[in-house]
Write a protein that binds this ligand. Structure first.
Ligand SMILES: O=c1[nH]c(=O)c2[nH]c(=O)[nH]c2[nH]1
Length: 324
């Protein structure tokens, strides 16, 4: 290799964007595992992180700021573009902002933005005869959130979508009964008792990638995969199956997500084991037990499920070619 590209980027994190009355996301097909069919986007809120790549080596090596877009300006750029984007997805918005950056600054070669949703939930309020959903008041949710990354680089054709992934972060799910963990290696290092029924508590990040990256940013509900449905599939599969481990569980979730969404190429999992620790296992005459948070350290798993796994499981016919 004659020349290796040097790692070089800079950018801005914690760019908070709240756009009210963004175009609603609708036209989403219902799936059996989820009641989700759209986002009203009354609050389209996110915490974005942007990084630029380009011809600004001399800002590092010669203290020459003449090609530096101040990171403060990047923040302003993103915020102002929020008034110019009229689609209905985070993916579409990030794609739009990345392209506008490349249009305005000719020495920038690539723009990557990751946005984490700042989720707000509808609240129920007193109506004349019954509770109704307020169209005005929302509650900040501290539950899981949508995460999206888009990277666009300059190409001969104009723009190239270099990276795109979407998903859900910080999904915390507990199944109080119906999970086991046994059959693992027992040797002189093993102190963990086998569990035929444990209260499995997991933290999950689920990221998915499309066969065609463009489908993610097209603002086309016919091909768009909403993270809320992926979240609900995770809960449904956890509910349905007696799992033998987190490894077993996330594989099954991955298969189901890919079955529901033929437009996806793969699903990636980052899981944590937060299984509660038993304090009082038998309460005579009563169902249930007393548990507490586990002591550190915690276990984790990383795994990607792809369409080939569906083929291997006999859940999908092999394709002549699946283009990533
Ligand atoms: O689902 C689990 N997978 C493991 O690999 C593991 N290891 C462990 O100690 N507990 C668990 N649970």
């Amino acid at each position: 290799m004659s020349s290796q590209k040097r790692l070089m980027y800079y950018g801005k994190g914690d760019v908070f964007v709240f756009r009210t009355y963004q175009k609603p996301l609708d036209g989403i097909k219902a799936i059996p595992e989820s009641g989700f069919t759209g986002r009203n986007n009354v609050i389209f809120g996110m915490n974005a992180k942007i990084a630029l790549e380009g011809e600004f080596l001399e800002s590092f090596t010669k203290a020459d700021n003449s090609r530096v877009v101040a990171t403060d300006s990047m923040k302003n750029f993103i915020l102002r573009k929020a008034a110019e984007y009229h689609g209905s997805t985070f993916e579409g918005f990030l794609h739009f902002v990345c392209k506008r950056f490349l249009d305005v600054y000719s020495h920038i070669t690539a723009v990557e933005i990751t946005a984490d949703e700042i989720p707000f939930e509808a609240v129920q309020v007193a109506g004349d005869t019954h509770l109704e959903t307020s169209p005005l008041v929302y509650r900040h949710s501290r539950n899981e959130l949508i995460t999206t990354t888009v990277k666009v680089q300059r190409s001969k054709a104009g723009y190239e979508l270099a990276k795109q992934e979407s998903g859900i972060r910080d999904l915390h799910l507990i199944k109080v009964s119906g999970s086991s963990f046994y059959g693992y290696i027992r040797d002189e290092y093993t102190t963990l008792p086998e569990a035929k029924d444990r209260p499995l508590y997991i933290y999950l990040d689920i990221l998915y990638r499309y066969n065609k990256k463009e489908d993610a940013v097209a603002d086309n509900p016919a091909v768009y995969v909403p993270a809320e449905q992926v979240r609900d599939i995770a809960a449904s599969v956890f509910h349905e199956a007696d799992n033998k481990s987190i490894q077993d569980l996330i594989y099954r979730i991955g298969l189901r997500v890919l079955q529901r969404f033929p437009q996806l190429a793969e699903v990636q999992f980052l899981s944590n084991n937060r299984t509660w620790e038993a304090v009082i296992e038998d309460i005579p005459g009563y169902k249930g037990a007393v548990w507490t948070e586990p002591r550190p350290p915690y276990g984790f798993q990383g795994f990607v499920v792809s369409r080939q796994d569906l083929v291997n499981e006999g859940l999908e016919k092999a394709k002549e070619s699946v283009k990533a």
